[in-house]
Design a protein around this ligand. Sequence first.
Ligand code: 13P
Length: 235
Amino acid sequence: MIIAANLKTNLTREKTIKYIKEVENFLSKNSISQEVLVFPAISNLTLHVGDVIVGAQNAYPTINGAFTGEIGYEQLEEFAIKTILIGHSERRHIIGETQDALVKKFNFYKNLGFKIVYCVGEPLEVREAGHDKMMGYISKQYEGIDTSYENLIIAYEPVWAIGTGLTPTSGDIVAIHKELKEKSSAPLLYGGSVKVTNAKEVLALDGVDGILVGSAALYVEHFCTMCEYAQSLEK
Ligand code: 13P
């Protein structure tokens, strides 16, 4: 399974390095062979060699150039980063990235062979508009995306579940994952208020190939426990 930590705009470089080291020590001490990804804040990237795959939370689709405030491939290459998160709801809804912009970013990093964790998910008002509207909304987030890309991981993260402590019911997660699996056979993660208290249950659900964890992952021991759960469930 795939266990991913999105550290968002948290931790310093020093704390991030310590965090990754602690996770790796835990993985090796407990013989955990799951795929573990960590996405630190961009300024905390370092050249990392180890079992944890370190990815970028964002980058602009460019090698380099005049894109003030952004980083490009050259800045990722310096740290041998070959994994990127694209389409996170905070980038779609807070930063305002459009589907067109995300498609450009996706294609750019796909052409460079990156592992891409591509996020989809609906806001509350869309969910409340009913199943068809919701699936229609999510389908639009697949437009322009090469769903058969071999290095693709998809993360279903309902916007209303992110950072709120709310989650869909297990039945809803299974049902939505089943529909999303019809769009792409890429591994499908669930994200949105995954905590150490519900991670095992979520990981055990049909059609869930892993989890993408935000706030709860900031507690390194919680994140490690989630990796342990994944190992114990080994699908
Ligand atoms: P929370 O786990 O804090 O809800 O965040 C989920 C998320 O956005 C992961 O990308």
